[in-house]
Design a protein around this ligand. Structure first.
Ligand code: AMP
Length: 544
């Protein structure tokens, strides 16, 4: 027997309408190229979103069309998220930090009709625009007064594009499985792959994301997404704040700038922020150099790559900010796990709590996860058995967009292979030890590069650390520790090994430590181990 409940569709239009009616006066504050501190309210934002929707329809944008953005976190990008998806088209957020060839591939693969571009990105887009034959025009995210000189085809300012249109718009009733946004993820091999989100997945992800035990957002919070809006919907922070009525602070192109972040936090009363470990390094360095504080900030989510204990401790001890470690993937919208302690764990010692809090955390409701061995057999949740992590859930991608070949990442029961390797403990906490491709196998046993890196980065002279496996005649592979030293610090191999010796198993100790000037990063701030492996391809360990 079927239940008797209304069949209302779960669409992000409903998030917008909810915020418009219930939180019209909550603010959105942005840093943009043409305004160091733009502010308006949700009511103002959605009024302009309706003008944008009229402009898009008037232009001839059809349901299902892909419309690209190459933009930083600001209010115009926020309006695009809702305006494009609201008319049934697809907001395709492209990462401006990718290589030009990757951007060209992605825009052509998606067959984007229009590109909305930040003024700061116009010059680099001009260099590739001749290779983007399907793009009909470019809309620069500024007003006529600040419009840069450009040879981009049919270029006009955003304000001119929406300016003459009415702020009245009847949003269509969309099927909740209508595609709303598209984000490409750069794998290690082959071309980037597109993840095509639908409205239903975004609404479920939002509801679960803002709930207590996950991000726990409410009207009392002020949110600063330091994670870019082109990286998996800013980890859901383009949708969660309007659903919860939370004030939103958007740092524009200044995401990596400690001074701007500190000023925004203190002046706008930010209580919650989210970002990858590298942005916190930049902010902490600025705070330590300037002696300034971030008093209003209560808690942060750190994910995207493993959060080193030293960042957690510095944020907590020096600045009173509680850190939640989290894990996710573009394919998962992106939320997978968030680390919050259970009440009985609060009685544990500080060290014991940190041991748990360094793990990636427990699955958010809606995410099923398991660890399997090489034969796809589920391993026990004992916190020891380590294997490939598989996931399943209503906001995890079922396939890649227009891949042209069957994807091999789903098994017959619909589980998605994350390519991450780790264990799950009896309390449900996931601990990642590696990416499958980064695993170091020494004498048949696994060495966790993540744990080694975390231990190394805790050294006061180390700014960044990466561990890779290097071929070894006896052990097949042994770990090589690569570090970047902090300015003015000198760290020797002996000192480093001495530092690590009581932090990891003896046989995990790296066989060598090398210092380099800079560790290569991907466009989303992850360490490019592939590049490091290439660079140290011919490296041989010196016999002791
Ligand atoms: P992306 O889709 O670009 O966000 O990358 C997702 C991948 O980043 C995951 O599969 C992990 O390998 C890695 N990742 C994300 N969060 C964490 C974390 N907290 N600890 C370790 N690795 C992480």
């Amino acid at each position: 027997m079927l239940g008797l409940m209304m069949d209302r569709q779960l669409t992000i239009t409903s998030i917008m309408e909810h915020a418009d009616k219930n939180h019209p006066n909550a603010e959105i504050v942005s840093v943009t190229c043409d305004n160091p501190r733009h502010r308006y309210t949700y009511a103002g934002a959605f009024r302009r979103t309706r003008r944008l929707a009229n402009a898009l329809v008037d232009y001839g944008v059809q349901p299902g069309d892909r419309i690209a953005t190459l933009a930083w976190n600001d209010y115009r990008h926020f309006e695009l998220y809702y305006g494009i998806a609201g008319i049934g088209a697809v907001t395709h957020t492209v990462n401006p930090r990718l290589f030009p060839e990757q951007i060209t591939y992605i825009v052509n693969h998606a067959e984007d009709r229009l590109i909305f571009v930040d003024p700061l990105i116009v010059a680099s887009l001009e260099k590739i625009s001749k290779d983007l034959p399907k793009v009909e025009g470019y809309i620069v995210l500024t007003d006529d007064e600040h419009m840069p000189d450009t040879n981009l085809k049919n270029a006009q300012s955003y304000e001119a594009f929406i300016g003459r249109h009415s702020a009245e718009f009847d949003w269509p009733e969309l099927d909740e499985k209508t595609a709303c946004s598209l984000c490409y993820t750069s794998g290690t091999t082959g071309n980037p792959k597109g993840i095509l989100y639908h409205h239903r997945a975004m609404v479920l992800h939002t509801l679960i994301g803002i709930s207590p035990g996950v991000l726990d957002l409410s009207v009392k919070d002020v949110v600063l997404p330091i994670v870019p809006m082109f990286h998996v919907n800013a980890w859901g922070l383009a949708y969660g704040p309007p659903a919860a009525g939370t004030k939103l602070v958007l740092p524009g192109p200044r995401m990596g700038d400690g001074e701007t972040l500190q000023a925004l936090i203190e002046e706008e009363g930010v209580t919650f922020a989210a970002g990858v470990p590298t942005v916190w390094l930049a902010l902490l360095k600025y705070l330590s150099d300037s002696g300034k504080a971030i008093k209003t900030l209560e808690r942060v989510i750190i994910g995207g790559s493993a959060c080193p204990l030293s960042i957690m401790q510095e944020l907590e001890d020096k600045h009173g900010v509680y850190v939640h470690h989290a894990w996710g993937m573009t394919e998962m919208s992106p939320l997978g796990t968030v680390n919050t302690l259970k009440p009985e764990m609060l009685k544990l010692s500080r060290e014991e709590q940190y041991a748990i809090r360094q793990k990636q955390g427990r699955a958010a409701y809606g995410i099923e996860m398991k660890i399997v061995d090489d034969d796809n057999r589920e391993l026990p949740r004992d916190g020891q058995s380590t294997g490939l992590l598989k996931v399943r859930g209503p906001f995890i991608c079922s396939d890649y967009y227009k891949l042209g070949e069957p994807s091999d990442v789903h098994d017959d029961e619909g589980w998605f292979s994350t390519s991450d390797v780790g264990n799950i403990d009896p309390e449900g906490y996931l601990q990642l030890t590696d990416r499958a491709k980064d695993v170091i196998k020494s004498g048949g046993e696994w060495i966790s590069s993540i744990e080694l890196e975390n231990a190394a980065i805790g050294h006061p002279g180390v700014a960044e650390a990466a561990v890779i496996g290097v071929p070894h005649p006896k052990w097949a592979e042994r770990p090589l520790l690569i570090i970047v030293r902090k300015e003015g610090k000198d760290v020797s191999k002996e000192e480093m090994l001495d530092w690590l010796k009581d932090k990891v198993a003896k046989w995990w100790l790296p066989d060598d430590v090398v210092c380099i000037d800079e560790i290569p990063h991907t466009a989303t701030g992850k360490i490019q181990k592939m590049e490091l492996r290439k660079r140290f391809r011919n490296y041989t360990f010196q016999p002791d």
